[in-house]
Design a binder for this molecule. Structure first.
Ligand SMILES: Nc1ncnc2c1ncn2[C@@H]1O[C@H](COP(=O)(O)OP(=O)(O)O)[C@@H](O)[C@H]1O
Ligand SMILES: [Mg+2]
Length: 275
């Protein structure tokens, strides 16, 4: 794979029309390739996506793009350890902004995963796409996943990554530290993230860690925000992700109906009764 030498466009505003991709379960606009063609990926294919890159090059921006493109089709749960960026989504996603909320969320999602496995088994089908009943896709988005230190939380995320594929639950995790120390990606859990989107990396080692031994290129990407390398299966290509500024993201949600309340409540710690 070659890195572009400046022929690629450096900026694309968020502009998303899912219509041509109606055959996909969860189409996500990854970015534009060197020919100016939009790369769209069906998240249910992998079904987990890892996003990496040094700070300031577009990980969180991409998560906003991903969430906005998924919202009409999936229930979205967000763990946001920084507690600021995703607050505006509180009426549209389930939100966890501290360790206690994060643990409650991943516990609930595990419960839902177990329930779904039983339902599919009883229906005699192997995956959600064959199931005829009501079962919306769920996407768990985790920004700065390396910030999560609680063992129990990590255990539940690990289970979801391993077991949730067939039942329509995907994990999208972003990190600036893909180092081997990162607990939830140790051993084979890490290999379950079959799709990777890697923005600017500090060095070849980090690039290889995310994209594979053959791929040091993320260390040599031009210093353009939103420029990354996308790898899914055998396909690997340079992309320029769309830019979605927060003020525009907020505007886009204004006036849209919130349908998330039951799901959000399910993912939240129940308030303790007063003593
Ligand atoms: N795809 C993009 N195109 C243009 N500018 C971008 C893009 N992604 C991010 N930016 C700019 O870079 C800034 C930092 O991006 P951010 O997503 O917060 O980085 P990270 O989460 O990797 O630290 C954003 O506020 C935005 O101004
Ligand atoms: Mg960020």
């Amino acid at each position: 794979m070659n890195i572009s030498t400046g022929s690629m466009e450096n900026f694309y505003p968020y502009l998303w029309n899912p219509e041509p991709y109606s055959k996909m379960d969860l189409p996500v606009p990854i970015g534009f390739d060197s020919g100016g063609k939009l790369v769209v990926y069906d998240l249910t294919q992998s079904p987990h996506l890892l996003i990496a890159g040094v700070p300031g090059f577009g990980k969180s921006n991409f998560l906003h793009v991903l969430i906005h493109s998924l919202l009409p089709k999936a229930l979205v749960a967000v763990i946001d350890p920084k507690r600021l960026e995703f607050a505006y989504l509180k009426n549209h996603c389930a939100l966890a902004r501290n360790e206690v909320e994060g643990l409650a969320m991943v516990k609930s999602l595990n419960k839902e995963m177990e329930r779904r496995i039983d339902v599919l088994e009883a229906a005699g089908v192997e995956k959600i796409q064959q199931y005829k009943g009501e079962m919306p896709f769920i996407v768990l988005v985790i920004d700065e996943v390396a910030e999560i230190e609680d063992e129990e939380t990590i255990h539940y995320i690990d289970r979801i990554v391993r077991l949730a594929r067939a039942v329509g639950i995907s994990v999208v995790a972003a990190t600036q530290r893909p180092s081997k120390k990162l607990k939830i990606f140790k051993d084979d859990t890490r290999d379950m993230f079959l799709a990777r989107l890697c923005y600017q990396m500090a060095d070849e080692i980090s690039s290889r860690m995310v994209l594979g031994e053959q791929c040091p290129q993320a260390a040599y990407l031009p210093e353009v925000k939103g420029r990354g390398i996308f790898k899914a299966g055998l396909t690997i290509q340079e992309v320029q992700s769309m830019c979605l500024y927060l003020k525009d993201a907020k505007k886009m949600l204004k006036g849209t109906e919130s349908v998330v309340s039951d799901f959000a409540e399910f993912c939240t710690v129940k308030r303790l009764p007063p003593r």
